[in-house]
Design a protein. Structure first.
Length: 279
């Protein structure tokens, strides 16, 4: 197992409350990624596949769409693979992840679904692919997130008297229990140790507060799961996950601030009586 003493020692300390970053997910890819072993590059590549997923969805709808540069593949590469798969050709898994090839092929060979279902289907394939990796922590991280996603969807669907089964993503035992059980806890109290936390989160009405609680649960889980991993690839993976989480919150805060600014300006315009000659 490779040890990354110098790289890990140079990483900045992160907290979920950070509102400013001197380092980004994109920086890691250009500065640290080249120094990883080949096996660890593949492992870290699983993290960056989330951007490839989004890019594939964009390009399937518009081949000229701008892509997120944080993905593993360029727009040209993705366009080439999409074109090959559309023609019925195969793209080897060593070149392009099999779950993305499966998704793209199904996209062209099945009746059109709405965007929401396509995104969920791709997420299910992505989680299943990553859960099969040979790193225990990374596989567990994706399994953990699949449980969070599905349990919260199930409680919300039950609250609004919706059919739960079609909304559950994946094919694990927990997924099956969520689809079929009518018990208050879906029969998962002994299977999911953090179920009560998820119940409380599901009861949180305010969406931003709810998202914050979900991320805090994720943050605590990953810190505990890698407590004894000091200079390993797992610690680098956690750093990336935390970095992405903080970036997203900073972005959301900026967006909220921008919306607030626009609403203040709009209100001022309504209040100010503008002379007719200046209208």
């Amino acid at each position: 197992m490779s040890k990354y003493y110098y790289l890990v020692a140079g990483l900045p300390e992160l907290t979920l409350e950070d509102n400013k970053l001197s380092y980004t997910v994109a920086d890691f890819k250009t500065e640290f990624y080249p120094f990883l072993s080949e096996d660890d590059k593949k492992l870290i590549g699983l993290f960056y596949l989330q951007y490839d997923n989004a890019n594939v969805l964009k390009l399937l709808k518009d081949k000229e769409a701008a892509v997120d540069p944080r993905g593993n593949y360029s727009a040209e590469e993705l366009t080439e693979y999409i074109s090959s798969l559309k023609e019925g050709d195969e793209v080897p898994d060593c070149v392009f992840p099999s779950y993305l090839s499966t998704f793209i092929s199904e996209y062209f060979n099945t009746p059109a679904e709405d965007d929401f279902l396509q995104e969920d289907h791709l997420a299910a394939l992505y989680y299943a692919y990553c859960m099969k990796c040979n790193n225990e922590f990374v596989a567990s991280w994706f399994a953990f997130n699949l449980i969070i996603k599905n349990v919260l969807v199930a409680f919300t669907a039950r609250k609004f008297k919706m059919d739960i089964a079609p909304l559950i993503v994946g094919n694990t035992e927990v997924c099956e229990a969520l689809r079929t059980s009518s018990a208050r806890d879906f029969g998962l109290s002994s299977e999911v140790e953090y179920l009560e936390q998820l119940v409380k989160i599901s009861e949180t009405e305010e969406l931003v507060e709810r998202e914050k609680k979900i991320d805090q649960l994720r943050w605590n889980w990953m810190e505990e799961a890698t407590f004894f991993d000091y200079f390993t690839v797992e610690r680098l993976f956690v750093f990336l996950l935390q970095l992405e989480m903080i970036e997203r919150w900073i972005s959301l805060d900026k967006e909220k601030g921008s919306q607030m600014f626009r609403s203040i300006i709009a209100a001022l315009k309504d209040e100010v009586q503008i002379p007719a000659e200046f209208r």
